[in-house]
Design a protein around this ligand. Structure first.
Ligand code: ADP
Length: 496
């Protein structure tokens, strides 16, 4: 007889007691210590899977395997590397639903968002596979007589890629595919919150024809990442994560003159000018704070609104925000899932408490967990807005990484730009206006790696992304990304 008291398992295809292996060289292995940790589904609060904790020794083996593989992979024709990426892209496509579901199981983001991200993986693999076939240097006529000179761009060596949990495969793909396309080999350390989707992506890479050692995946938490950063065999670090961890990594890399690409935190300002199309602007303000349950470095978490439209914008947000559907992230109708982990829930709800202590005015939302009607499971926080007139308010200054926005009123363009630039972060910023001259002026003045005008969260694999100030160093995707994974060599020829 079937047990009717227990609801059916949401991920029936995954054995919750499965032991996953990590990838070192040609072997799928457990940690040498035998130590494992468990994944956790933030929606149903269940643990699932056992994943190895890689020690410094395991990391050293992975780096050595990548070093061995570099000798061959860096020298085979770019066409052969491109062909592997192209087959990998095809396999990603064929397995896209599995990849999307695994990520939902790991981090509780909505299936709709994870399907979209998985679709973009394929594009990223294809794009860098093609880009690797393009010109790789230039000829230059030097000022010295009787000489010729040209440049070549060569792979850097072994790349250490450390990824976060909020978009595990998307943000990894921005490192993985350009690095491999350019002829580097790689050791990946996924977040301890989201390791299994990365292991599955790696398996598809081997099926696509990656030679042993070109891609290695070591699993574990901060200490495994630190062992990778400190490994003497690496030549470059590509990291996405918090600004505080990024600062530690940058310091350790600086001591060895290692090249780094760092994509860190953000506190994006969405500026609504008086002449904005308010239908589009308010819809974007909502998704700016709710997309990915606000757990996104590209969140538009500061809402700068011109005084003449302030009341109307707030009225509209008070209607629109409660309509955002909170629920099981596997349901395509859910727009907001739970926060990805217990620590993340503690952090975000801590900010809700702080907002009250600071005396910020609650405009909409503010409830958490079982205070939200219909919520019986998962760690949910309602999309929430506070008016934050005090420039010292921590709600207005700090990255919360949850569906929480700080609303700020301004009176003219100069003030809007000044407030937007008061943040230590500089990843994304944007504005809503019909005035083309103002859009050009303000776009130049905003201290931000990305500026969106009359749009938000627009991404394309061939357009660079990255930040300034405390949001990081370097650019991912777009043609710039290939430069981040190659070194320029100038070659001179003295003529007889
Ligand atoms: P979050 O606080 O959002 O988890 P982190 O910056 O701590 O962000 O984590 C991003 C990635 O960095 C994860 O893969 C994590 O395991 C890794 N990590 C954490 N601490 C370190 C460290 N000291 N050195 C290298 N990697 C680390």
């Amino acid at each position: 007889m079937t047990d009717t008291t227990k609801p059916p398992r949401r991920f029936a295809e995954i054995d919750p007691e499965q032991c996953f292996d990590m990838l070192i060289g040609e072997s799928w292995v457990q940690a040498s210590s035998g130590e494992t940790f468990r994944c956790f589904d933030p929606y149903d609060d269940e643990e699932w899977g056992h994943v190895p904790v890689a020690s410094a020794d395991d990391v050293a083996h992975a780096v050595a395997a990548a070093r061995d593989a570099f000798a061959t992979w860096s020298r085979i024709p770019a066409l052969a590397r491109s062909a592997v990426l192209s087959r990998w892209a095809q396999l990603i496509d064929e397995n896209s639903e599995t990849l999307a579901r695994l990520q939902v199981h790991e981090n509780g983001k909505t299936i709709t968002e994870m399907r979209a991200v998985t679709g973009s993986l394929r594009q990223t693999a294809d794009y860098f596979g093609h880009l690797a076939l393009g010109p790789i240097g230039s000829t230059i006529e030097p000022f010295m007589p009787n000489h010729e000179a040209w440049t070549v761009r060569q792979p850097i060596g072994v790349v250490a890629a450390i990824a976060p949990w909020n978009n595990p495969l998307g943000l990894l793909s921005w490192k993985l595919f350009p690095a491999l396309a350019a002829g580097n080999t790689i050791v990946v350390k996924p977040s301890e919150v989201t390791p299994v989707s990365t292991l599955f992506l790696a398996k598809l890479g081997l099926e696509a024809g990656l030679p042993a050692g070109v891609l290695n995946v070591v699993t574990g938490a901060g200490p495994t990442g630190a062992a990778l950063v400190d490994s003497p065999g690496i030549d470059k670090i590509a990291f996405t994560g918090s600004t505080s961890t990024g600062a530690v990594i940058a310091q350790r890399a600086a001591a060895r003159f290692l090249r780094t690409t760092l994509e860190l935190g953000g506190k994006g300002a969405q500026i609504v000018f008086a002449d904005a199309d308010l239908d589009r602007a308010t819809a974007s303000l909502v998704t700016g704070i709710t997309a990915g349950t606000g757990q996104a470095c590209n969140a538009g978490s500061r809402l700068l609104v011109h005084g003449s439209v302030y009341d109307e914008v707030i009225d509209r947000l008070r209607t629109l925000i409660p309509e955002v559907r909170i629920g099981d992230p596997l349901e395509p109708t859910s727009a907001i899932g739970p926060l990805a982990s217990r620590p993340q829930y503690e952090k975000v709800t801590g900010y809700l408490d702080l907002a009250e202590e600071e005396g910020n005015e609650l405009l909409v939302g503010g409830r958490r967990g079982e205070q939200i009607s219909g919520v019986t499971t998962g760690r949910f926080v309602e999309p929430t807005l506070y008016a934050t007139p005090d420039s010292q308010s921590r709600i207005r200054r700090e990255e919360i990484f949850g569906p929480v926005g700080a609303v700020i009123r301004f009176d003219d363009e100069d003030e809007a730009v000044r407030i937007a630039n008061e943040s230590p972060y500089g990843l994304v910023a944007g504005m809503w206006t019909k005035d083309v001259s103002r859009a050009h002026r303000a776009a130049k003045r905003l201290e931000s790696g990305v500026v969106w005008i009359n749009t938000w969260r627009a991404f394309s694999t061939n357009v660079p992304f990255g930040g300034v100030k405390h949001s990081g160093i370097g650019r991912e995707i777009g043609p710039d990304a290939l430069l981040e994974y190659t070194e320029t060599k100038s070659v001179w020829l003295g003529l007889d």
